[in-house]
Design a protein around this ligand. Structure first.
Ligand code: SF4
Length: 207
């Protein structure tokens, strides 16, 4: 049985593109573009602050989590703990603005599930803080989001355990993908190019 813990970031990569997820987490392929470099810088900044308590709320930054039952591990940008109400709120910092897909909320919900497994407390709310809009968005960790997140975790586990990287296919996500240069979706998805490459290698075999 494979007992590898899946990094929380893999969930977001999987929702963005399963091929990207497999390239990064199974094949260790990584390339920064302007967007990922900015994201890393932001996380470095928020992960390294000192813990503090203000108005009964404890703020812990860069909190490591591991939830073997869920099969997840990772680091939270910020974890707020309300001492009086004994409640936790995970906060994830994002470089851009709120997205139309669920990748940010699924990652946040997975963090909440990790906290629940580690503390036995119930986490009902999380928050996403967007750098571009300078806005904090509260997110309800409700049944629908929990279901989507658990389905995504199962999908990622299946993908990574199978050890097979899905084939490249050009999609709208490719335009913002940091791996586009390495993945070459446009080039490889063209039949003509495949035919050309096959012919080229066949020629090489004859030599
Ligand atoms: S370039 Fe496109 S197909 Fe390739 S990993 Fe990125 S999003 Fe996925």
């Amino acid at each position: 049985m494979d007992t590898r813990l899946i990094p929380l970031s893999a969930l977001q990569h999987y929702v963005f593109c399963p091929r990207q997820c497999a390239l990064i987490h199974n094949e260790q392929v990584w390339a920064d573009n302007f967007l990922t470099a900015q994201g890393i810088q932001l996380h470095d900044r928020v992960d390294h602050g000192e813990p503090e308590t203000r108005k009964g709320i404890r703020y812990e930054r860069g909190v490591a989590v591991a939830a073997p039952t869920l099969g997840l591990t990772g680091k939270l940008d910020l974890l707020e703990y309300n001492k009086k109400r004994h409640c936790y709120i995970p906060v994830e910092y994002k470089r851009g603005r709120p997205k139309i897909d669920d990748c940010d909320t699924i990652q946040l919900c997975a963090q909440a599930l990790c906290i629940e497994e580690m503390t036995s407390a119930s986490v009902t709310t999380g928050a996403l803080w967007y750098w571009q809009t300078r806005k904090r968005c509260e997110v309800a960790i409700d049944d629908a989001l929990r279901h989507k997140t658990l389905t995504t975790i199962a999908g990622v586990k299946q993908l990574l355990l199978a050890g097979k990287t899905p084939k490249t296919k050009w999609c709208s996500a490719c335009k913002a993908c940091s791996l586009v240069e390495l993945c070459y979706p446009k080039l490889l998805s063209r039949d003509k190019t495949n035919r050309y490459l096959s012919a080229l290698f066949a020629m090489g075999d004859d030599e």
